[in-house]
Structure formats: structure tokens, C-alpha cells
Design a protein around this ligand. Structure first.
Ligand SMILES: NC(=O)c1ccc[n+]([C@@H]2O[C@H](COP(=O)([O-])OP(=O)(O)OC[C@H]3O[C@@H](n4cnc5c(N)ncnc54)[C@H](OP(=O)(O)O)[C@@H]3O)[C@@H](O)[C@H]2O)c1
Length: 240
């Protein structure tokens, strides 16, 4: 699957890029600056085993070349980035992990007018794009050093089955369990949960608190995650 990471030069984006490339996906590190995109890809490349391509590109080019477009930019630039790439999102799955925080107090959620960053992405993306919200409560540090941090579960909110399935595939590629949380209307709650984890982290000095659901193990055994394979999702592309 070709996965573009908008904000791929950042903490979350670069951690996602590395993990997804190591899971065998073709990753496009998207940046506002072509040189920064290529430098980041160059830095991450040597840590990728298995030969999956990892390359840098400007935001719009990265989105245009991908099946799934992960939005990993801060709230401050979120709307501008979505507007910039909007026409390249036709028929793509947009996977948004942006948390709208109060910049002066990262433990406090700042509700956007649409209710969540993902709902804003839904408003700005073309109708043919599918939108999911996920990964808010997965810290970049826990992706970079999975051995040192307990991997959390991923809660997915989506505007339909295709987006939900693609988000689940990404979570699975990261080695994480994922659960359907509901439609995009619950994305704001996922953002609030991420802010709550930040508050707990600050209060207790725990670098990467995560969320793990218990009581659903039977469902996990029965296969909560994706039923389609990665190739099928990539193949469907625009039809998703
Ligand atoms: N860090 C985490 O652990 C974590 C976990 C879950 C979710 N998230 C979410 O992921 C997103 C990124 O977080 P982060 O910690 O990775 O942030 P970050 O490192 O500060 O920024 C990520 C990238 O976004 C781009 N960017 C920064 N400011 C921008 C602006 N005003 N307009 C457009 N692009 C801008 C930059 O890329 P270029 O300059 O190269 O374009 C930057 O490298 C946030 O929405 C955050 O809530 C983060």
C-alpha cells in the first residue's frame, strides 16, 4: 500500500513513516519543503529493512501518489494543509491523527468549530475521499521504541467501512490492535482522550501512557481487525 504522511518530517510523522516502511509499505514523507522531505527520508532510510521504498515529496505530490494519506500536522497548520492538498485527495483515504490542543496547555482540548480535526478534514476533502480518525492516543515515542513502551490500542472513528478498514490496516501494520469507536462524530472524544493522557503524563512523569481495552479479548480472537488484505485495499484505490 502507498501511504503518504503529511507532516512526515515531524515527531509523529517520522515515527509512522519508519514503522510503516518497516512493515513493507511504500511510504511518502510529505513536507511543505521538498528538501526537508528528502532529508527526512534520507535519515530514516537506513533504518528500514526489507527494501520498501521510502521517499520524500512535497505535500501535494505525496498525497497524489498515495492510497492512504495520513495527516500528522499540528492543529495550527491542519486546515491550510488540507486545503493545499484537497484536489489530490480524490478517491483517497484520509487518516487524520491531529489533536486540537490549546497551544498554551497541551493537556487541554480546544474544540474546533467542526467538532474535531477529522470532521474538519471531512469538510475540506473532496466527497470522493473517505475519512478516518485514529492514532490520537498512540505516542510517537511508543512507535519509535516499542520495546520500552507498552503499545496501546487504536480506536478508529470513520465515515464509512472503507476508511475504517484502511485505518485498521495501518494500525495492524504498526503492530497495534484496533477497535471501531464509531463514526466521525466520536473523533472529538478521541482527541479529548489524547489530551487527558498528556495531562496524566505531565502529572505522573510517565512519558508515554497509552490506552488498552480489556474485556474484548474474545472479539480479538475472533478477528476484530481488517478482513481485507492490504493488496486489495491498495488495488481498490479510488473506489474505497
Ligand atoms: N507527537 C505525538 O506523539 C502525537 C501522537 C498522536 C497524534 N499526534 C498528532 O500528530 C500531529 C503532529 O504532531 P507532532 O508532534 O509530530 O508535531 P510536529 O513535530 O511539531 O510537526 C509535524 C510536522 O508538521 C509540519 N508543520 C508544523 N507546523 C505546521 C504548520 N503551521 N502548518 C503546516 N505544517 C506544519 C512540519 O512539517 P514540514 O515543516 O516539514 O512541512 C512538522 O515537521 C499533531 O496534530 C498531533 O496532535 C502527535
Amino acid at each position: 500500500m502507498r501511504i503518504a504522511i503529511l507532516g512526515g518530517s515531524g515527531r509523529m510523522g517520522s515515527a509512522l513513516a519508519l514503522r510503516l516502511a518497516n512493515a513493507g509499505h511504500h511510504v511518502l514523507v510529505g513536507s511543505r519543503d521538498a528538501r526537508r522531505a528528502c532529508e527526512t527520508a534520507g535519515l530514516l532510510g537506513p533504518a528500514v529493512s526489507g527494501g520498501a521504498p521510502l521517499e520524500g515529496a512535497l505535500l501535494r505530490d505525496a498525497a497524489a501518489a498515495a492510497d492512504v494519506v495520513v495527516v500528522a500536522v499540528p492543529d495550527a497548520g491542519h486546515a491550510a494543509v488540507l486545503r493545499q492538498v484537497a484536489s489530490a485527495l480524490r478517491g483517497r483515504v484520509v487518516l487524520d491523527c491531529c489533536v486540537c490542543r490549546d497551544p498554551r496547555d497541551p493537556g487541554t482540548w480546544r474544540r474546533p468549530a467542526e467538532g474535531s480535526a477529522a470532521a474538519r478534514a471531512r469538510r475540506l476533502a473532496p466527497r470522493s475521499a473517505a475519512v478516518a480518525a485514529a492514532l490520537h492516543t498512540v505516542g510517537a515515542e511508543s512507535l519509535r521504541r516499542p520495546g520500552r513502551h507498552t503499545p496501546g490500542d487504536v480506536l478508529v472513528a470513520a465515515d464509512g467501512a472503507a476508511a475504517r478498514e484502511a485505518a485498521g490496516l495501518v494500525a495492524s501494520a504498526l503492530g497495534l490492535r484496533w477497535w471501531e469507536a464509531g463514526d466521525l462524530g466520536v473523533a472529538g472524544s478521541l482527541e479529548q482522550m489524547a489530551c487527558m493522557l498528556s495531562r496524566l503524563s505531565a502529572r505522573h512523569g510517565a512519558p508515554a501512557p497509552t490506552i488498552r481495552l480489556h474485556g474484548l479479548e474474545r472479539a480479538a480472537r475472533d478477528g476484530p481487525g481488517p478482513r481485507a488484505d492490504l493488496a486489495a485495499v491498495a488495488q481498490r484505490g479510488g473506489g474505497m
